[in-house]
Design a protein around this ligand. Structure first.
Ligand code: VTB
Length: 313
């Protein structure tokens, strides 16, 4: 099933309005308030849309309400059944500290086409590669770099790998250095990191490492529209994680998922800038209006571009 084109405009509006709400909390050193503003606006805007929507990737579980929790129903109930993944404020640190890269992110798909997963970590890899077996989560880093270097016809020293700066990545970063690969370290915001492989202008050839699972699912939706490669493996560490994963139908805790097992069928993805970053610029206020930039993709129509719009506040 294909998502009607009208949803492009509606989802775009949801992410722009959520970004605006969060924008008022930029640099206020209050991650929770910035996040809550985006969540509340996302919910009220989603509830205006003709759909029977269900949050499958959200801000937590029911007991953590009033977040947009996994399983929450949104929309006015007059329309198609849709699955929705949200990260109303991706980069809470960026927003709180007025740093580049805070985004409001949402993806929708037709029912049952978006992976239903609890909030855990995920080991991820993405590259602008059309074939399988060039890069793979199960290959050694050296093999991934060697294959990618042949595929892109670049020397390893000409490749750039993007990774979150975390102690857990110390070994990978060291190995990349030994392989002479250029490193782009990011402090947060790995949806953006994963998407930097989509266009040559970002100068990133490979994204890898462990970040949030929900962020992985959201990035996969946009990467699908760009026909890029993505794999993810959820990390279920605690008993609670495993129990929750089981309840959601996940039996094999070590399974590696290819992009189309995470997102299949049609999807629309929107990431609106709150503060300016690599992908989009941040919100600009002009009297009673605001200007926003959104990276929007729609798999079935081939839409993939940055849209700059002006709206009434
Ligand atoms: C990433 C990043 C997020 O969390 O997923 C990261 O995209 C992973 O978690 O912006 P840790 O910070 O625990 O490593 C964020 O940084 C914050 O949600």
């Amino acid at each position: 099933m294909i998502l009607d084109k009208k949803f492009e405009k509606e989802i775009l509006n949801v992410s722009c309005r959520a970004a605006l709400s969060s924008f008022y909390f930029i640099g206020k050193k209050d991650k929770i308030a910035a996040d809550k503003a985006a969540v509340d606006t996302m919910r009220s805007e989603l509830n205006k849309i003709d759909m029977k929507g269900k949050i499958v990737i959200g801000e937590g579980e029911l007991d953590e309400a009033p977040m947009l929790y996994i399983g929450e129903e949104v929309g006015n109930n007059n329309g198609p059944e849709l699955d929705i993944a949200v990260d109303p404020l991706e980069g809470t640190n960026f927003a709180a500290n007025n740093l580049p890269g805070a985004l409001s992110v949402i993806a929708i798909s037709t029912k049952s086409n978006l992976f239903n997963a609890p909030e855990t970590y995920m080991n991820k890899i993405s590259a602008n590669v059309k074939e399988n077996n060039v890069v793979d989560l199960d290959f050694s880093l050296a093999k991934n770099i060697d294959n990618l270097s042949q595929y892109l016809n670049k020397k390893p020293s000409e490749l750039t790998a993007c990774i979150l700066e975390r102690p857990r990545h110390k070994k990978i970063i060291e190995e990349l250095r030994n392989l002479k690969v250029k490193i782009k370290l990011i402090s947060d915001g790995d949806i953006s990191g994963a998407l930097l492989v989509t266009d040559k202008k970002y100068n990133v050839d490979l994204f890898l490492g462990i970040g949030g699972g929900p962020e992985g699912v959201l990035a996969a939706s946009a990467l699908d529209a760009y026909d890029c490669f993505f794999q993810g493996r959820f990390i279920f560490e605690t008993k609670k994680d495993k129990l929750r994963a089981n309840e959601m139908g996940i039996e094999d805790f070590h399974r590696k998922y290819n992009l189309n097992e995470i997102i299949s069928g049609d999807s629309i993805f929107c990431a609106t800038g709150i503060t300016s970053g690599d992908l989009v610029t941040g919100i600009e206020i002009d009297n009673t209006e605001f200007i926003s930039e959104t990276l929007i993709t729609h798999k079935s129509t081939g839409l993939k571009k940055v849209i700059r719009i002006r709206q009434k506040i």
